[in-house]
Design a protein around this ligand. Structure first.
Ligand code: GLA
Length: 468
């Protein structure tokens, strides 16, 4: 049972909700982008079975989320409870939850912090305790909570009040229910949602388009629909660091597997959603997916950007069609460097280390082994600069691992400590004294020791688990 006391941890400088969930960005699937309102119990069962059969379950995709349109549209029952539409869900949601749980997956449901949902079904404003209790009794594990029909409570305080009421209702059920806010970035949700929810949508609704401008989706600001990948990404750049364990920026559902995006575009999208640590909620038809789609969604190197211990990616620069993004390892030794090309043709460019290790002459002077994470191409002894070719609408993703000693110029007092890490012995320079605790081994599929103070994390893919 969850403690009814609300506990907070720090995320992006703010106290975060600690309901024990979403320590890493949540992963799963949602009905909306493929099926809209055309859902029934078979839609959910087939998707859950496909997530299991395709092996996606083994990579962390665990929540199967029923979006809008699941209840009787005309209203509640005589006791004021929401009712699952018997024509769509003849066996009820509790039965469905049991089936999904039986496959080793978790189940999510949807409502709005308003008088009606976005598709005009009954919603939960003022009914938070009753609805949360009902969902808990059904075995629900996840709530996506939308923002339609807000009864005029659209100010920042109105938003805080509406979303806090459901947080408290979910907590008071005693059941761990991941709380996914969906207010489309209204009232700068990233500035206040960390103590309230496990994730918060920061933009309007995504569509499977790389960068087509659509009048329905503003270039800046909140809300909208038919938002492209680049539209959402550029909005996320300013607020990326607001997310952290327990509470994440939600860039909306994945559009991997939609045929109007080519393979490079899908890889760029998946890389960036992983690196910024958005929830990874698939939206394609998992019952009809291709091997190419599964290969993108299960790339362990890229999944590790999301589920591993790397920092949330931040943007170092945008120059015309080229963007440079980076993630750090917790000990600040290894780097992920993402070069993104949003332009209309392939580009080969040389990136000087002064653009990567900005104002850090020690790291600029070091020599690196660089692994491109989509191709697993390893280049040794890289010094001073790196030349990369980035496909049109594609990314180049390099993991930089220093060889030998790196003396950083960004710390004033340091002690050199040696340890053995996956992939070889590295001498690192730590700030302010010797490091005695190295932290955790981890990553999806990791079955080795959980701490590695004196040992090494190893894994068939050395880039997946790290001794930090
Ligand atoms: C809003 C949300 C979508 C989806 C629909 C359902 O537009 O942002 O993700 O849940 O409502 O009506």
């Amino acid at each position: 049972m969850l403690s009814k006391a609300i506990v907070f941890v720090l995320v992006g400088g703010a106290a975060a909700l600690d309901n024990g969930l979403a320590k890493k960005p949540q992963m799963g699937w949602n009905t909306w982008n493929t099926f809209g309102c055309n859902i029934n119990q078979q839609t959910i069962l087939s998707a859950a079975q496909a997530i299991k059969n395709s092996g996606l379950i083994n990579y962390g995709y665990e929540y199967v989320v029923i979006d809008d349109c699941w209840s009787v549209k005309s209203g509640r029952d005589g006791s004021g409870n929401l009712v699952a539409d018997p024509s769509k869900f003849p066996n009820g949601i509790k039965w469905l939850a049991d089936q999904v749980h039986g496959l080793g997956l978790k189940i999510g449901i949807y409502s709005s912090a308003g008088t009606l949902t976005c598709a005009s079904y009954p919603a939960s404003l003022g009914r938070e305790q009753q609805d949360a209790k009902l969902w808990a009794s059904w075995g629900i594990d996840y709530l996506k909570y939308d923002n339609c029909n807000d009864a005029g409570q659209s100010s920042q305080q109105g938003n805080i009040n509406r979303y806090t009421a459901m947080r408290d209702a979910l907590l008071s059920t005693g059941r761990p229910i991941l709380y996914s806010l969906c207010n489309w970035g209204v009232a700068q949700v990233w500035n206040w949602a960390a103590p309230i929810g496990n994730s918060w949508r920061m933009s309007g609704d995504i569509t499977a388009s790389f960068d087509t401008a659509n009048g329905g989706c503003p270039a800046t600001g909140s809300g909208g629909y038919l938002c492209s990948i680049m539209n959402i990404l550029n909005k996320a750049a300013d607020i990326a660091t607001k997310g952290g364990p327990g509470g994440w920026n939600d860039l909306d559902m994945l559009v991997v597997g939609f045929s109007n995006l080519n393979s490079d575009e899908q890889k760029l999208h998946f890389t960036m959603w992983a690196a910024i640590k958005s929830p990874l909620i698939m939206g394609h038809d998992v019952t009809k997916q291709t091997a190419a789609t599964i290969a993108i969604l299960t790339n362990r190197n890229i999944l590790d950007l999301s589920q591993g211990t790397w920092s949330v990616a931040t943007r170092t620069y945008v120059r015309s069609n080229i963007q440079l993004w980076q993630q750090n390892s917790p000990d600040n030794v290894d780097r992920i460097v993402i070069v993104l090309n949003s332009g209309g043709s392939d580009q080969t460019l040389t990136v000087p280390f002064s653009d990567i290790f900005v104002n850090d002459s020690g790291r600029q002077a070091a020599t690196y082994t660089v692994t491109e994470l989509w191709t697993n191409t390893v280049t040794n002894s890289v010094k001073g600069q790196i030349s990369v070719t980035v496909k049109r609408h594609g990314v180049w993703v390099g993991r930089f691992h220093p060889s030998g000693t790196v003396s950083t110029s960004s710390v004033s007092s340091r002690t050199t400590t040696s340890t053995t890490r996956a992939g070889g012995t590295t001498t690192t320079t730590a700030a302010g004294g010797s490091q005695t605790k190295w932290g955790q081994c981890g990553g999806i599929g990791w079955t080795g020791p959980t701490t590695c103070q004196d040992s090494t994390c190893t894994y068939s893919n050395p880039y997946y688990s790290q001794c930090l």
